[in-house]
Design a protein around this ligand. Structure first.
Ligand code: NDP
Ligand SMILES: O=C(O)C1=NCCCC1
Length: 325
């Protein structure tokens, strides 16, 4: 029996690529609706009266290429300034025996699979229905905002990609970095969140929600699709959302898994949101379009996505090691 290996962030980054990530993530979303995954609601631990938290996400995915058995463990402190706001590791087990195979650093995996899930939702809910892909607006230029900008540039052909961030300089820096990387002028930093949202065909919100929503319904065009990925605080006194209540009320809301949504997104029902379907059921063609022309993918993040990604990265890493030997 081989000893379990540790795959660090640099090693993960060296094998990640968008095409495999998109396939792994779409497989996990589809398998979730086919009931080929096991992923009980994740466990949250808040550290006393502080913003510090821990999450455990165990899961199993049945699939010949991306199947796996894994648990992601995250810890976070949004107040960190000189160190990352989040740590993440995935423990990967052998698909059959359940014996430990590897521990993988999972900051990059989390960013890539979350961006890929938004891209899959955008493809099936917006692009494939023939809606325009002229303007993309990304709110939040942290790890997730940046991963979404790269992923959506890879997948789609937006004419303009707007970037907004609470601290404007970060949006300006990211726009310059990506224009330089891709030899383009498509990336533009916006100072105002209203001007950034107006006329956008597709929106991504990737922030830690503050007390006031950053996107309001009256700014949005007909037919807009929104991927809201910032974590929703829907328990207790402090209810924080990236989107206003009216935005939810005026759109059909899609989720990655009912099991997670039934626990973490009950607050959306109070807004009168129509909780329409899992993305996997849209992929499978099981969902009829309704009378709402706006769609929201309220992404929670799923253990099945992490299983698929851990298996992918493990296999790519092993292949690379074999080639080097
Ligand atoms: N759905 C999913 O699968 C996943 C969701 N997430 C969630 O995505 C969000 C972003 O994560 P990530 O990019 O890793 O985090 P980062 O710490 O890298 O970035 C945080 C971003 O949120 C912004 N922000 C913080 N507070 C506020 C506020 N009060 N108003 C507006 N913007 C604010 C920051 O702006 P500034 O630069 O000014 O500080 C920054 O742009 C988080 O909510 C995280 O929990 C993360 C992983 C997976
Ligand atoms: O799915 C994940 O991974 C996360 N979701 C929300 C909070 C941070 C990590």
């Amino acid at each position: 029996m081989n000893a379990a290996m540790f795959i660090n962030e640099e090693e993960v980054k060296s094998v990640l690529n968008w095409d495999d990530t998109l396939e792994a993530t779409e497989t996990a979303l589809r398998a979730t609706s086919e009931r080929k995954s096991v992923q009980p609601p994740r466990v949250f631990a808040q550290i006393f009266n502080t913003p510090k938290w821990m999450i455990a996400m165990p899961g199993y995915l049945e699939d010949s290429r991306f199947g796996g058995w894994a648990c992601k463990i995250l810890s976070g402190n949004p107040q960190n300034v000189h160190s990352p706001t989040m740590s993440a590791n995935i423990v990967l087990y052998d698909e059959d025996s359940g014996v430990l195979k590897a521990v993988l650093s999972a900051i990059e995996i989390t960013s890539w699979r979350t961006a890929a899930a938004s891209a899959v939702a955008t493809k099936h809910l917006h692009v494939r229905t023939g809606k325009p892909q002229k303007i993309l607006a990304i709110f939040g230029c942290g790890d997730q905002g940046k991963a979404h900008a790269n992923c959506f540039y890879h997948c789609f052909n937006f004419e303009e990609i707007r970037l907004w961030n609470r601290t404007h300089q970060k949006a300006a820096n990211l726009a310059a970095e990506l224009n330089n990387k891709y030899h383009t002028l498509k990336f533009r930093a916006f100072e105002g969140n209203e001007s950034c949202a107006r006329d956008a065909d597709v929106i991504v919100t990737a922030t830690s929600p503050g007390p006031v929503p950053i996107v309001r319904s009256e700014w949005l065009k007909a037919g807009v699709h929104i991927n809201a990925i910032g974590v929703v605080t829907s328990k207790g006194e402090d209810k924080r959302y990236e989107l206003s209540a009216e935005t939810y009320k005026n759109a059909a809301v899609y989720v990655d898994s009912w099991e997670g949504a039934n626990k973490e997104l009950t607050g959306l029902l109070e807004f009168g949101a129509e909780m329409k379907a899992e993305i996997g059921d849209v992929i499978l063609g099981n969902v009829q379009s309704g009378n709402k022309d706006r769609s929201i993918f309220q992404s929670l993040g799923m253990a099945a996505e992490d299983c698929a990604m851990a298996r992918l990265v493990y296999d790519l890493h092993k292949r690379k090691q074999t080639k080097v030997l």
